[in-house]
Design a protein around this ligand. Structure first.
Ligand code: FNR
Length: 401
């Protein structure tokens, strides 16, 4: 993976690559928002690795669309609603999360911090929410789950991480990963279905960033016999039968990640998925796919409350979380901001990301006239384009994710 420095978007906007152009108010002042952490991270991370994290596929239209959709959204507050102390908790698969924000799977945490995913796990567990461990993690799922369990501070019973996998062509390997995740105590499987092939990420191609640096590896993919890590392999022949196959192997709830079309949301319910995650992989797969916020209302309608609907892509503020919840998401995921936190300040930086989102969401809820996310209504959100649109070869890369 790799990429060339692009020109980046206008400096006034807050986000991934934009954030990298902003200077924090002072190098010593604590971060006040996620963009502050992006600025610190940008100065600490190798430029090719920074591009890997910040970049998207093609012209990065979908990457920008995710951010633009939240920038455009406006919240109509309700007043005099006796909001009282807010309750941000959400229940998913029998676990109560302290806030409706979970950590989406991202590959290669050791690119930005020597401890990698175990530091992330401790921070997320202490914040009382869920981390989705990437199949392409640079720590084993056993190590991450153990770090998570040791730090878990959930107020309403224990929380365990979830495990993400790509439906790969090697069924023995996939089955082995499912078993390992389950034995490590993971509470759900997140199956990423937006990746029959790897998106064309021009930054990575231009930078020649096509493999992990020496000393780092996808630790979950080591061959049990030789110990040599296998590449992340995508499967362009995967079909809906993947859900039934996984069901045969595990009782864990199955979350389909990467659903954007309402017809696919209906199919997900019919095939027995336990949740859908509305995602375009942070703009890293199909460039031209709609913003996840634009796709959300039609998916929520298609699912009709039968299973939870989650969303990720472009969440950078507590108010963004509020907008997604008001439009029917049960919870949201964050990807890049967690890597900014990890790069900026390790475990503490990740904790700061979640604490900032919690504080911002708490204030935004009160100001919008809601005590709980369930008090929000879609008619409070204006300014978004609600039209979602319609919308094996084994592409392998050590840098998939
Ligand atoms: C990802 N994402 C991802 N998704 C997945 O299913 N498996 C993976 O291994 C990865 N790896 C990965 C690496 C990096 C560096 C990024 C930025 C993203 C996608 C991720 O789960 C999520 O969908 C997006 O990151 C959400 O968008 P934001 O929050 O980054 O805007």
């Amino acid at each position: 993976m790799s990429a060339v420095q692009d020109q980046g978007p206008p400096a006034h906007r807050l986000s991934d690559h934009q954030g990298e152009q902003r200077q924090p108010s002072s190098t010593t002042s604590p971060p006040m928002c996620l963009a502050d952490l992006a600025s610190v991270a940008a100065r600490r991370v190798d430029p090719a690795h920074r591009d890997f994290i910040a970049g998207g596929a093609g012209d990065e239209r979908t990457l920008r669309a995710n951010l633009d959709a939240f920038d455009r959204a406006r919240v109509l507050p309700r007043v005099l609603r006796v909001v009282g102390p807010r309750d941000l908790r959400v229940r998913l698969f029998g676990q109560t999360l302290a806030l409706p924000v979970l950590v989406s799977p991202t590959a290669f945490h050791r690119l930005v911090h020597p401890e990698g995913e175990t530091a992330t796990a401790r921070a997320v567990a202490a914040a009382g929410t869920v981390m989705v461990v990437s199949m392409a993690a640079t720590r084993t799922v056993e190590d991450v789950a153990a770090a998570f369990a040791a730090a878990s501070r959930a107020p309403d019973g224990p929380i365990a991480p979830w495990f993400q996998l790509y439906p790969g062509p090697d069924r023995d390997l996939t089955r082995c990963l499912v078993r390992r995740a389950q034995n490590a105590g993971c509470r759900a499987l997140v199956v990423t279905v937006d990746s029959p092939v790897l998106g064309r990420r021009l930054r990575d191609l231009r930078n020649g960033f096509l493999d992990l640096p020496a000393g780092l590896a996808c630790e979950n993919l080591r061959d049990p016999g030789t110990g040599v890590p296998r590449p992340v392999t995508m499967d362009d022949s995967a079909g809906w039968d993947v859900i039934a196959r996984l069901r045969d192997w595990t009782p864990l709830p199955i979350v389909l990640k990467g659903v954007l079309h309402p017809a696919d949301a209906r199919l997900a319910v019919e095939h027995g998925a336990d949740a859908v995650l509305v995602s375009n992989h942070g703009g890293r797969q199909l460039d031209g796919a709609p913003a996840t916020l634009a796709a959300l209302p039609a998916v929520v309608e298609a699912v009709g409350g039968r299973i939870p609907v989650l969303l990720d892509g472009g969440i950078r503020r507590g108010a963004d979380v509020l907008v997604a919840l008001a439009l029917g998401a049960d919870a949201v995921g964050v990807g890049r901001p967690v890597l900014w936190g990890l790069a900026a300040d390790g475990e503490r930086g990740v904790r700061t990301v979640l604490d900032l989102l919690r504080a911002e969401l708490d204030a935004a809820l009160a100001l919008a006239g809601a005590r709980t996310p369930g008090d929000l209504a879609p008619d409070q959100i204006t300014g978004i384009n609600g039209n979602a649109g319609a919308g094996g070869h084994a592409a392998t890369s050590g840098c998939a994710g």
